[in-house]
Design a protein around this ligand. Structure first.
Ligand code: ADP
Ligand code: MG
Length: 251
């Protein structure tokens, strides 16, 4: 079967700066990819190409084995790519159910907002997927009081509910407390269990190693290495990263 996503020799420059110098990588269904690399390695540029925000200068993008000539943001979304940004995961002043359905409201057959159904669906998602056990949280609770990890969890559950195929998390654990990080990693686990894919970008190698099936190590716009986490220990990974940082390659 074809990969969910395949990038072939992607190049992207901004003026004199070559952000990506020929990146080839794949993402399969049910796979969590950890994307590692120093500041300026090209991680965010790569993500923006996958989400259709930037167009590569060269290279090919394939979804389900089909080449997409001109990937735009709406097209990427249609193909199931969702990005969860920590800082704007949710609208604080709004209720939980509004946050879930914002921009994709359920309607009655008369075209009116179906609030009872959105509340009921939110209640179900809370119980089955969000792990809100406290009775203090209801579909009408404003998300203001949720912790950072909970908010991102809600955003991940929302993405899954709306049939996301690939969820991208760019630095999701930044500023989270340890227990919150644990929760977030559990949400990532849920995505994998649902047979969907994740690209997980984080400065914290420990988190990436814990959650990823495969690690892609970027260095100055190139893939410097690719490893299955089952094939190497955390220490071996750290060692490889040090070598790449020092010499630019693993040779
Ligand atoms: N819009 C842009 N204009 C100019 N340079 C950019 C732009 N976006 C990224 N770059 C440059 O491309 C390189 C890779 O950046 P980025 O993809 O943000 O790396 P990372 O996310 O790994 O830190 C950096 O040198 C950065 O300065
Ligand atoms: Mg970045």
């Amino acid at each position: 079967m074809s990969h969910f996503l395949e990038l072939r020799d992607i190049k992207k420059s901004f003026g004199e700066v070559q952000s990506l110098r020929g990146v080839t990588m794949t993402v399969d269904r049910g796979e969590v990819i950890g994307l590692l690399g120093d500041n300026g390695a090209g991680k965010s540029t790569l993500i923006k190409i996958i989400t259709g925000y930037y167009h590569p200068d060269e290279g090919e993008i394939l979804f389900n084995g089909q080449r997409v000539e001109h990937l735009t943001v709406p097209r990427a979304r249609q193909l199931g790519v969702e990005t969860v940004y920590q800082e704007r995961a949710l609208a604080d002043q709004q209720s939980l159910w509004r946050n879930i359905f914002i921009g994709r409201e359920l309607t009655t057959r008369f075209g009116l907002m179906d609030i009872p159904r959105m509340r009921a669906e939110t209640q179900r998602l809370m119980q089955e997927h969000m792990g809100f056990t406290s009775t203090a949280v209801t579909p009408d609770s404003p998300v203001l009081t949720f912790s950072g990890g909970e908010k991102q969890g809600v955003a991940i559950v929302r993405a899954l509910y709306f049939q996301a195929e690939l969820i991208i998390l760019d630095e999701p654990t930044m500023g989270l407390a340890l227990s919150e990080t644990g929760k977030l990693l559990e949400f990532v686990e849920q995505v994998r269990t649902a047979g969907k894919s994740v690209i997980f970008i984080d400065h914290n190698i420990f988190h990436v190693y814990e959650v990823a099936d495969r690690i892609v190590l970027l260095d100055r716009g190139r893939v410097a290495g690719e490893f299955r986490t089952s094939d190497l220990t955390l220490n071996e990974l750290l060692d490889k990263m040090r070598r790449v940082a020092k010499t630019g390659s693993l040779d």
